[in-house]
Ligand binder design. Sequence first.
Ligand SMILES: [Zn+2]
Length: 321
Amino acid sequence: MSTQSQGFAGRDPSAAPDAAQLCELRPGVYAWVQPDGSWWVNNAGAVSGDGETLVIDTCATARRTHRFLTALGDVTGGAPIRWAVNTHQHGDHTYGNSLLPAATVLIGHERMREGLRTDPIIDGCPAFWSPIPDWGRVRRRLPDVTITAAATVHVGERRVDLLHPGGPAHTTGDLVAWLPDDRILFAGDLLFAGLTPLVFMGSVTGALTALDWLAGMAPEVIVPGHGPVLAGGEIDRVLDEHRRYFQFVLSEADRGLARGATPLEIARDARLGEFADWADAERLVLNLHRVHADHAGHELDLVAALCDAVTWLGHPMPTSV
Ligand SMILES: [Zn+2]
């Protein structure tokens, strides 16, 4: 225990791995919620019934994934994890895949699989973040089953629909897990509750469109990819916040691009206003890089974008992972 605590000396203890909690949303439906939800600290989930379990995402580090799977095993009586799904390619949702049992069938969008296959960060995190994350004993584990649009997993009596928004949004290979009978939605990183949304590997306009797609399901409970679980009126509020944020990014980009400004210059001139209190504000630079790349019709330069985010912030991006 002392070793774990030392690792978080000087950091917000509320973001330590032991602050994560398994919340039972309905009998057999669980959200693994990890405060504070900032860089690399994600949410995951699970659906369990008739003695088998579906896991929705893993975590960035071996330690965090181990905590999640242990807590899940405690409440399911060790029910075998027959399936797992990754909502998208990012390491905070996928690097822990290799801690799943060997027999687990892993599902993902086909572009998610390709994204993780070619992800260099699992082999060693660059110094864009501080402290530099240590993933622990994880290895790249790719989906066994890929889908492009939709699939359904039947967990006991419960139906879990895995759905792609139809185009790029948070990434190019997003999936949500929708439980239509419970009206519970595991949204992955299509939603960041109370934190700055990130779409630089997807599309700002696509992310806007995806908000309407999510709203159209009329969920009663949403487990976002980061931040607290949402219910009732909080859902519309958070969807509206995302709409305003993406429109803010697009309007800042429009004005800046018209005068030939770079994403970093546009971000330096922008006033965050109502979004200033959200963690990870430097994502504005990354999101502007996405608009800039789409406008120019070229590939986004990930390294250049991350360098600009660090420059805007004045130091590496903080993480508590
Ligand atoms: Zn993500």
